[in-house]
Ligand binder design. Structure first.
Ligand SMILES: N[C@@H](CCC(=O)N[C@@H](CS)C(=O)NCC(=O)O)C(=O)O
Length: 220
């Protein structure tokens, strides 16, 4: 049986969603973030980077351990996915957004989140200076990127129900993208008014029975 090493409030949730959609049995091993929001050291016993998600499975008789959420998504779809055939343009979209999710979108969101938290960790007398520098960095380098990215996604989802053009259900790119889109909402980088197609897309996924079942298993 597949084991998912699942950290609360993390990317691991989308792996549970995928497994529920695939109807593949799995076991969830839960880990709680520490007060500093880092993963507990016990995750280091599973994988050298100590992050989540990580899965364990048996593949052609061999026990495997796999990290990186998008690698896990592709592995699970290749091994357990049905025969969803995408057009050549749909295949390109799927490829693009699966890589884009972790290499471009998530880093932007993470940098923005961290910039707003770092100043609070500085000694009190340095905080105003830290805030000034971090705010300047955010305004110059991060903030101009987010609207451009959100606009691209908004346009794509205005014309297509799923990330892979022509697809009639979620593909790798959808499992990859949902965490970043939820992050845009959490960061208040987009609102239902400013980006209605993205909001509708997220609501549609959140209403899926498999997503709801995954939430129950992951608890958060
Ligand atoms: N690119 C990796 C990122 C893994 C990652 O950073 N996971 C976060 C949870 S969303 C984590 O484990 N954070 C805890 C920590 O960094 O200690 C992936 O997509 O799996």
């Amino acid at each position: 049986m597949i084991i998912v090493h699942h950290l609360n409030n993390s990317r691991a949730q989308r792996i549970l969603w995928l497994l529920e959609e695939l109807n593949v049995p799995y076991e969830v091993r839960k880990y709680q973030r520490m007060p500093n929001y880092k993963a507990p050291p016990s995750l280091l016993e599973i994988h050298p980077l100590g992050k989540s998600p990580v899965i364990e499975d048996s593949n052609e008789g061999e026990h495997i351990i796999l990290a990186e959420s998008c690698a896990i998504i592709m592995y699970l779809l290749q091994k357990y996915g049905g025969k969803q055939t995408l057009s050549s343009e749909g295949t390109l979209d799927d490829l693009y957004y699966t890589y884009y999710a972790e290499s471009t979108l998530r880093p932007l969101i993470v940098v923005r989140q961290r910039l707003s938290r770092f100043a609070d960790r500085a000694p009190w007398y340095l905080r105003p200076l830290f805030r000034y520098v971090l705010e300047a960095y955010r305004v110059m380098y991060v903030d101009p990127e987010l609207p451009r990215n959100s606009q691209m996604i908004q346009e794509h989802l205005s014309n297509n129900p799923w990330f892979a053009r022509g697809s009639d259900g979620p593909a790798a790119a959808d499992y990859a993208m949902i965490f970043g889109l939820e992050g845009l909402i959490a960061e208040r980088a987009i609102t239902p008014e400013s980006h209605p197609a993205i909001t509708r897309y997220i609501d549609k996924i959140h209403a899926r029975p498999a997503y709801r079942a995954a939430l129950k298993k992951g608890a958060e």
